[in-house]
Design a protein around this ligand. Structure first.
Ligand code: 5AD
Ligand code: SF4
Length: 484
């Protein structure tokens, strides 16, 4: 299912295994030879830089790209002044695309100074044919373009890019393939994302994700459990289970498994102390899952439950398949079972046809639920989605006023919620040295709030009990309790 513009590889692939991941390890060896030769010619190690745009799913994909880059001999760097630069792109809203185009100009200048530099683009934006057309005509300096479905082939595609002058383009429309056991370079030693499923079948009418990430497919429970067990053996204490719609996990497996059953199995893995997951669709959140959450010792007290709109009329046009009332009663049920849970959400303002009354319904849900935090987005028209051709697109000035009103409400409520925890003692997982003040370390509560405490690098990756001494709106200062 490759695009016609795909350039045939000139690599001697006669000896390449046909099974995965063996084939990719073969190409990693080949890439290693090219990297070594270049490194000898330049008399220094080669550097690679991965820039990630978008969601946690992309962040995890970038760790896989980095795993391959390191295996073939690159040193990883944050600076784009590198020998290999790859952008892992997002296309969920228009401004995500614009950011990439803006930065490509900078890369072009760098490549003029360093002609041996290789530039690659991958991720969701590349799954849009118009984007690839634009890159092909106006951004000829790019060496390699691939999409979301064949990211596992990065080593093979990299070898093609080393061996030919022309732009290498390999975009698949969809796939049912999941390739296991490729190298991964984790950003954090003590926490990790774990993909449990890929793609989305929901087709919310504003959303481009189902078109660029393809149909829903779940990993086998044994592969997920195996990966998490290895992560735990490697010192990981917190995992984030990733999927576009984790509540429908396992429905299409040969032996179907529910998300709640998967969680119950993961809970048993020694060494894993905290389990998070993202994202839940309200229409699929089961009573079984609520029960597992209520009884779990390891599941974090945080649920991200995207609302999108509080108006049942707009929700129907969004194809969300729940009403305002159903959403509110789900929240009630969750709160009854897990009273201390923090709820966060995503809200879109200015969906086509949104009236003042519809917007007030959203504000009403925001007040009734009292979110601990909310990501608010201005509706962005995505070509190819049903909403893009809907009538009554809301004028930008109206949207802006509503957006500001919503943001203010969300922030005021969140600040009150946060304040209520001041004085409590709870564990945080310490994640890093504070970026502004190196006498502090920064960690997260079970409910995902950020806390800064006095400390040093030896605390990173540890669960530390802290008393929340001061609330600063959406983060806290605290002090460690009983920490040697
Ligand atoms: N415009 C604005 N926001 C969007 N989202 C998805 N598609 C769009 C769009 N076209 C938001 C939704 C989703 C989050 C990841 O991005 O709120 O939950
Ligand atoms: Fe997009 Fe809806 Fe799927 Fe989320 S559930 S990725 S908003 S289509």
């Amino acid at each position: 299912m490759m695009e016609s513009s795909y350039i045939e590889q000139q690599t001697d692939i006669d000896n390449a295994p046909t099974t995965e991941p063996e084939r990719q390890y073969y190409f990693m060896e080949k890439a290693k030879a090219y990297v070594q030769a270049d490194s000898q010619r330049l008399g220094r190690p080669l550097k690679a830089c991965t820039k990630t745009f978008g969601c946690q799913m992309n962040a995890r994909d970038s760790e896989k790209l980095n795993g391959i880059l390191e295996t073939v001999g690159y040193e990883l760097t944050d600076s784009e002044e590198a020998d290999f630069v790859i952008y892992n792109t997002c296309t969920v809203r228009e401004n995500a695309n614009n950011k990439v185009y803006g930065r490509l100009g900078v890369l072009n200048t760098l490549k003029k100074q360093h002609p041996h530099m290789k530039i690659a683009l991958c991720g969701c934006m590349m799954q849009e044919p118009e984007v690839v057309e634009k890159l092909k005509t106006s951004y000829r300096f790019i060496d390699l373009i691939f999409g979301t479905h064949n990211i596992y082939k990065f080593a093979e595609l990299m070898v093609s890019a080393f061996e030919q002058q022309d732009m290498v383009i390999d975009i698949w429309k969809d796939t049912d393939k999941i390739v296991e056991d490729l190298p991964v370079e984790r950003k954090y030693s003590f926490k990790s994302g774990v993909n449990i499923m890929f793609g989305c079948n929901n087709f919310c009418s504003y959303c481009i994700v189902p078109y660029v990430r393809g149909r829903e497919r779940s990993r086998e429970p044994k592969d997920i459990i195996g990966e998490i067990t290895r992560l735990a053996d490697d010192g990981v204490v917190e995992i984030m289970l990733l999927g576009q719609n984790v509540n429908s996990y396992g429905k299409n497996l040969k032996d179907p498994v529910t998300f709640a059953q998967l969680l119950t199995e993961i809970e048993k893995i020694d060494g894993i102390e905290r389990i998070r997951f993202m994202t839940s669709h309200p229409k699929d959140l089961s009573d079984e899952l609520i029960e597992v959450m209520a009884n779990s010792k390891k599941l974090c007290r945080h649920l991200h439950l995207p609302l999108q709109s509080g108006s049942s009329r707009i929700l129907e046009k969004m194809n969300r398949r729940y009403t305002k009332e159903q959403y509110l009663s789900l929240v009630e049920k969750i709160r009854a079972a897990v009273p201390e849970i923090a709820l966060t959400t995503d809200i879109i303002v200015g969906f086509p046809g949104e009236t003042e009354e519809d917007f007030e319904e959203t504000m009403d849900v925001v007040r009734k639920v009292g979110y601990d935090s909310a990501f608010t987005f201005i509706y962005s028209k995505r070509t190819g989605t049903p909403a893009a051709v809907m009538e009554d697109q809301v004028p930008q000035d109206v949207v802006k006023v509503r957006f500001d009103r919503l943001l203010k409400e969300v922030q005021e409520i969140a600040a009150k919620k946060a304040e209520a925890l001041t004085g409590q003692t709870q564990p945080i997982l310490v994640e890093e040295i504070n970026r502004q003040d190196s006498s502090l370390v920064t960690g997260r509560l079970s409910n995902n709030s950020v806390v800064h405490i006095p400390g040093d690098a030896s605390m990173i990756g540890k669960l530390v009990d802290v008393t929340l001494t001061e609330c600063k709106g959406f983060y806290y200062y605290g002090k460690p309790v009983n920490y040697e």
